[in-house]
Design a protein around this ligand. Sequence first.
Ligand SMILES: [Ca+2]
Ligand SMILES: [Ca+2]
Ligand SMILES: [Ca+2]
Length: 376
Amino acid sequence: MVARLAFALCSALALSLACSGGGGPTSAGSASEASGSSTAATATATATSTASASTTGAAASTGAASTGGESESASAGGTSTTTTSDATTSGDATTSGGLDPFVHEFHTELVDGRLALVSNLPPTVAACEALAFADPPCDDADADGLVDAWEDVALDRLRPLRRLDEEEKLVSDPKAVIADVGRVIDAPDGFRVFVMLGYSEDYGSCGGFTGHHGDSERVALDLEPYAEGGPGGVRVRQAYTAAHEGTVSDHSMLFAGPKLADLVHGPDPKTREPRWIVFPSADKHATYATIAICEGISLIPCFDEDCAPDGVDDPGAYDRLPEVVNAGEESSPRVSDLAVVGFPGDDAWKGQDFCGGLGPGTCSSAVREKLLVDPF
Ligand SMILES: [Ca+2]
Ligand SMILES: [Ca+2]
Ligand SMILES: [Ca+2]
């Protein structure tokens, strides 16, 4: 029972808190990380009814602080069955004005090989506020017209699991930290999801050559409305994986149309729902959509790329789905200081190098670039 309560609390605090290891940063080597942080919605803390959430600094920094804590959404993510959708209830358990409380029900599914999100919560604030429920979760702390609770679920459910190489150094580095920093926005005929895949260290290639503190990699998704998935239903229209982005050996790729079938999906370790899987190259963490693409990249000798755990007893030990935080928008951030996900000194929106919590210094590209530059 204690464990169940602890898990429920962790779920309620969701995106911004490290619930394993006593609240510290996500350890890349911990077994719990691979599956323990996949819960969905942000718990926007309320001053009145979620005292436990509102008293923690990390939770307060996710946007509850900027909204004044006027709403509550308790995530019930992380179910272990294949048939039960996650649900997020808003409002009091009792009805007000004769209206029922809104229960956010959502899950992913594959539609013609494309990942889709099914959700009964509409993405836009206007549509959300028109719902005939008591106090639906329509908060928009980042002022982009999208319901933050929907953004958080879309980000969490559609972001990829990282499947590491068997020689990836972070697996045996007890100080390694990884986390995702995301952004979700409206776009013509759909939405965009940007995910900075953060690593505390780029271990370099050829015995450490080209290594540096902080490694800001990324993927992005172009989403289209998916009416069969309910009012908040969306499905992947295009996907982007960045590899050595902006360098002479840039192997970033865009997947659209029939090429979307190349993307790899597998059961989420926690929810068992379909989840996108990407393959970061060993030690350098360039992100590839398939093992074949990764290992087919022919760089000069010694700088080749290796991906995926080959010949290991427990491939699952190389899967990572770390903590995620929705940074909001540059003009109305929900998170700026990335200490909340284990990267102290780093910032989602400042024009500074990303040092993976090991700065200051000359490290990798600013997180804001990974969130703002649209590859579609
Ligand atoms: Ca929003
Ligand atoms: Ca947003
Ligand atoms: Ca890298």
